[in-house]
Design a binder for this molecule. Structure first.
Ligand code: URA
Ligand code: ZN
Length: 378
């Protein structure tokens, strides 16, 4: 990459570093890593929707193998670099994959977060200029440990933000107890990468889902709805006004937020309770304004129809390309070759922006380089 060209940047790309893998291997409840008779690779079982198959197998019933095979793509750094080189990705901003440290006991969370974030910092140091990371927070730790950890990751050379799930301290992201944490993150100049994990309750998918529909419903619909609901709750609780410097990057192009923002607005202005409480004033910042002022969206939506809505909602200067590697490997071609997560998402950017070549470059990496300060001396 010459200093005058715009880099291609992948801001949605995960790693399970070795220390974290060991932690999952030691567990007997999800999330966990387990070997199954007859299967070549051990399997990561991380999603609540995967627990049902795991229970069936434990009771000796037949079921599809739960989770996904643990391949080198999940934890080998050389494999990440191979993926980047194969797809001409100059810079990746790596993050721990879900469910992060959400399940770790309170008294162990601080130390575990320190170990994991040190591992991420060391990985980035091995490839100067090519790797940065979103750190992981010990959300189950006492508040003083959590706040001290924000300070700690701010000091790590390659850290550019924090990855967060939607559970927060256990009560969601509209929990008033999170305000000091959001303020500390904003003051540290760190971007929050908001990523789903929990989806929706399994009953929503119906009795046929686990046996017949694979992971399609929880991943394609549960994940984006979870993100949409989490951000709508933050908006309704006034979090964005209370922490005006907060900057959030939403996974999967904001779930369905760009598509549903109009409906959220309509429901707000027609809600008698909110109107009576004086919450619907002319000064109120609308969801549309917050989308353009405090929110960034990734471009991991795989098609130009959704991507155009995201660009319309937040602006072409707030979208950032991503792949979600190592999830969604190609199943019918060589895993060491091209992945659809790259080609589909790149095509979507090119089709959504048409002849706007400058816009394509911005979304493919220019925005990320600027917003996340990726071309500063690393
Ligand atoms: N499945 C997951 O569990 N996480 C991702 O990021 C993508 C797919
Ligand atoms: Zn992801």
């Amino acid at each position: 990459m010459s200093s005058t060209t715009t880099p291609v940047v992948d801001i949605h790309t995960h790693m399970y570093p070795p220390e974290y893998v060991k932690l999952l291997e030691s567990r007997s409840e999800i999330p966990l890593i387990r070997r199954f008779a007859g299967a070549k690779d051990p399997r990561y079982i991380i999603l609540p929707a995967e627990a049902e198959s795991l229970d069936k197998i434990a009771q000796g019933e037949s079921a599809n193998l739960p989770g996904r095979p643990v391949t080198s793509h999940y934890s080998l750094l050389t494999q990440k670099i191979h993926f980047m080189d194969t797809h001409k990705i100059d810079i990746s901003v790596i993050s721990l994959a879900n469910p992060w440290l959400d399940f770790v006991a309170s008294d162990e969370a601080g130390k575990t977060a320190e170990d994991v974030n040190h591992e991420f910092e060391a990985m980035c140091g091995e490839y100067p200029g090519r790797l940065f990371f979103f750190a992981t927070l010990p959300l189950t730790a006492p508040e003083d440990v959590l706040l001290a950890h924000v300070d700690f990751v701010k000091g790590l050379k390659h850290c550019r933000g924090v990855i967060l799930g939607t559970s927060g301290l256990g009560k969601g992201l509209d929990d008033p107890a999170l305000i000091p944490v959001f303020k500390a993150i904003a003051t540290a100049g760190l971007v929050i990468f908001l990523h789903p994990h929990y989806g929706l309750p399994s009953e929503v998918w119906g009795p046929r889902a686990t046996a017949e529909y694979g992971h399609v419903l929880p991943l394609a619909l549960g994940f984006p709805l979870e993100t949409t609901i989490a951000v709508a709750r933050m908006y309704l609780a006034g979090v964005f006004d209370q922490v005006p410097d907060l900057r959030m990057l939403l996974a999967h192009s904001g779930g369905t937020l760009p598509f549903l923002a109009g409906r959220i607005e309509s429901c707000i202005v027609h809600d008698g309770h909110l109107v009576r409480e004086g919450k619907v004033t002319p000064e109120r910042r609308t969801v549309w304004q917050v989308l353009k002022e405090q929110i960034y969206l990734d471009a991991v939506i795989y098609n130009e129809v959704g991507l155009k809505a995201a660009i319309d909602a937040s602006g072409v200067d707030r979208l950032m390309f991503g792949t979600d590697h190592p999830f969604f490997p190609p199943l019918q071609s060589d895993e060491q070759g091209e992945w659809e997560s790259m080609t589909w998402n790149k095509n979507a950017v090119e089709k959504a922006l048409g002849s706007n070549n400058e816009g394509v470059k911005q979304v493919m990496g220019g925005n990320a380089a600027k917003i996340l300060r990726l071309t500063e001396d690393a």
